[in-house]
Design a protein around this ligand. Structure first.
Ligand code: ZN
Length: 693
């Protein structure tokens, strides 16, 4: 065949294969039998082999790219990826509905519901209609480049019907049928391929994140998209329904329309969640789902609602009731956590639950044991939900045979024998030098910072030989010290020392998280780190130490409370922690062992009218809630102050403003009324992200 002829035929084949793929994988229908589809593909491959210069990256044959030989490259997201808050019952859904309506100041909100596919979240970037990048969510800021495996998703177009730029997010998954096939396929190395994959989600995630696209292609990955981010679409969707219509026009795959429903009120949403809570209902699907995603249907409302430190405020993930079984409670052990909290752990007769064997479950705390009236020797109902630690729900009182014994909660720390504080719900060992707390904090630090070779066993051995007392001591370890530890040969010593060396550049948020400060999780740690950075002359540990030596307790606590997403208790816990003598000493030690701070890239909107200004809010507002105003300011790069001073730039002034307005006028501050604020809330709508996962 002549080249010109071949070129025409190649184009026809590609179009036909794309059409057949789209119909088969996205619309569940066949335009040609499967065998014919394969045949078309074989013909195309034959022609492309004859004329390799006619191969283009968007050809259906190019779904499998070249294997990469290094680790997956990291990619910074264009927009922060947020997760969803969880709801486990109708009550929590109603609270969500109340929060939404209160924030928006409206009487009713329409919701959409989608089945929550149990897979791996992926964000795709198309440029000029071509798929250029696929990125995992990662930590929400930085993900992994998995373009090479995502290209093998069978229902995903590499070229869109229109030459648009857009960012879309969705879930990569493996159908139940395909999982079964892969599961039973023998491996050359013996055993089966899915030995390490308990379910479809694990296998999907494992397939996406591997380096060899050929192996990924054999797993038959699929993707359903549900979010639209930055885009240059000619007409912007204004609801989730319109968004799916836009996807259809571009041939972007999403869940079947029958699994997407609209609801006028939260009661209707609750009924829908109830319906799918029945496992028999879920078994009919060929893919696994782990809940229902409930979203505010209007996209402008979503934009206004915004985010907490971690989650999108416009959506919730309803989680299905977990699997429950009963087994015998053999004994109770008491664990001392890094914050001194004593957790009673139930030792159980092993039982299979939700795909794994459970032999231990949490009894939560002393009060829970009393409330449930559990006794040793009882048959107890245990529950396991998703990744949550299994828990003891209640004893089966009817099955008692008289052999049961009461659980006696200790009055002293099982480890240091300090008398426990039993005044709160959670019993606590308040001894700051309790060896158990100490050990747990060091485990936690090493684990959070992911220091290779620094596992619990090594740390325990180091503690025994008095080699470490605080996290800073890890960087003081010498080869000779390590050689005294059991199992530490030359190679292992070298590896650990180089792993530590590699972790000398840390973000402040990582350090805060690793220190396991009570109530301060990874997301709050980022907020605190960012605040502190803004208040240092230069962002170094030396400057941080100066800051720690000189800060004013009340002022700092007050500033923390005003960070968007930080509550009073958390602010107090953080300030308390920073104020401890040993905290100040620890940071000085970290500096002297050579730790350097580095700072993550941030996504900041610098052309906002709020950027770099300080605001005070007063009065009552008609269409905006105070929370929404706070959020508009912080998202735009502004800061909220609690009181008027010469420090402030602008007073945001509602009706019935009192003394603050007078004082602001005296000080000559700018005064913004509600009208001006409502204007700013829609100005960024065009370009801003609706990509929320
Ligand atoms: Zn103790």
């Amino acid at each position: 065949m002549e080249k010109k002829q071949a070129q025409v035929k190649i184009q026809l084949l590609r179009d036909k294969i794309r059409e057949a793929n789209y119909a088969y994988f996205t619309q569940n229908r066949e335009v040609v039998p499967e065998s014919v589809r394969d045949q078309l593909k074989q013909e195309l491959i034959a022609l492309e082999t004859e004329y390799p210069d006619l191969i283009t990256t968007d050809s259906p044959t190019q779904r499998v790219g070249a294997a990469l030989d290094s680790k997956l490259p990291k990619i910074t997201h264009k927009n922060r990826k947020y997760s969803l808050g969880d709801a486990f019952n109708a009550e929590e859904l109603m609270e969500f509905d109340e929060r939404v309506k209160k924030f928006l100041k409206v009487e009713a909100v329409e919701y959409s519901c989608e089945l929550k596919v149990d897979g791996l979240n992926i964000t795709l970037w198309y440029e000029q209609g071509q798929l250029v990048k696929a990125v995992t969510r990662g930590d929400g800021f930085i993900g992994e480049d998995v373009t090479h495996t995502i290209r093998t998703c069978e229902n995903l177009p590499l070229t869109l019907a229109d030459k648009v730029d857009l960012e879309v997010s969705g879930e990569v998954f493996i159908e139940k049928d395909d999982f079964e096939k892969v599961k039973n396929r023998p491996q050359t190395s013996g055993g089966t391929e899915t030995e390490n994959y308990k379910n479809t989600r694990n296998l999907a995630a494992g397939s996406v994140r591997q380096l060899d696209p050929q192996a990924a292609a054999e797993r038959h990955l699929k993707i359903y998209l549900y979010e639209l981010g930055d885009n240059n679409l000619a007409s912007k969707p204004s609801t989730q329904t319109e968004l799916f219509n836009a996807f259809d026009a571009l041939h972007l795959p999403h869940q079947p329309s029958s699994n997407f429903t609209l609801h006028e009120n939260i009661q209707s949403v609750i009924n829908f969640c109830d319906q799918w809570s029945n496992p028999a209902e879920r078994e009919k699907l060929n893919y696994d789902i782990d809940g229902i995603v409930i979203k505010v249907h209007r996209l402008d409302y979503r934009e206004r609602l915004g985010f907490t430190a971690k989650t999108a405020k416009h959506a919730m993930a309803f989680k299905f009731p977990a699997e429950e079984k009963f087994t015998k409670l053999l004994d109770v052990q008491y664990q001392v956590g890094r914050t001194g909290a004593i957790t009673p752990v139930a030792i159980l007769e092993p039982v299979d639950l939700a795909g794994s064997t459970v032999a231990r479950a949490t009894l939560h705390n002393r009060e829970e044991i009393e409330r449930k009236g559990v006794m040793i020797g009882d048959q107890v109902i245990i529950r396991k939900a998703g990744d949550i630690i299994p828990e003891v729900l209640e004893p089966l009182l009817d099955l008692r045979d008289g052999s049961q014994k009461p659980i006696i909660f200790p009055a002293e720390c099982p480890e240091c024998e300090t008398e426990l504080d039993l005044t709160e719900t959670v019993a606590r060992c308040e001894n700051l030098s309790c060896p158990a707390r100490h050990r747990q904090s060091l485990f936690y630090f090493a684990n959070t910072l992911d220091i290779e070779g620094l596992g619990p066993k090594s740390i325990e051995a180091m503690l025994e030989l008095n080699l470490v007392h605080t996290p800073a001591d890890f960087w003081q370890l010498k080869p000779l010290d390590l050689a005294t530890l059991p199992g530490f040969k030359l190679k292992k010593i070298e590896n650990l020392l180089s792993a530590l060396e590699a972790k000398k550049e840390l973000t402040l948020a990582e350090i805060f998280t690793g220190l396991g400060i009570r109530l301060v999780g990874a997301e709050n740690a980022k907020l605190f780190a960012r605040y502190i950075k803004e208040h240092l002359d230069s962002p170094t540990l030396a400057q941080l130490n100066e800051f720690l030596d000189n800060f004013n307790f009340e002022a700092l606590q007050d500033a923390f409370v005003h960070l968007d997403g930080v509550g009073e208790k958390v602010a107090l816990a953080m300030t308390d922690y920073l104020n401890l003598k040993r905290t100040k000493k620890l940071f000085k030690d970290l500096e002297s062992v050579g730790i350097h701070l580095h700072w993550p890239e941030e996504i900041i909107n610098t052309d906002s009218p709020y950027n770099d200004k300080k605001f005070v809010i007063t009065g009552t507002f008609e269409t905006l809630s105070r929370d929404e105003i706070k959020q508009l300011v912080t998202r735009g790069g502004g800061k909220i102050l609690s009181a008027i001073s010469g420090n402030a730039d602008v007073l945001i002034c509602g009706a019935k403003a009192g003394s603050k307005l007078k004082k602001a006028q005296e000080l000559g501050l700018a005064i913004w009324e509600e009208k001006m604020i409502t204007g700013t809330r829609t100005s960024k709508e065009e370009s801003s992200a609706l990509s929320l996962f």
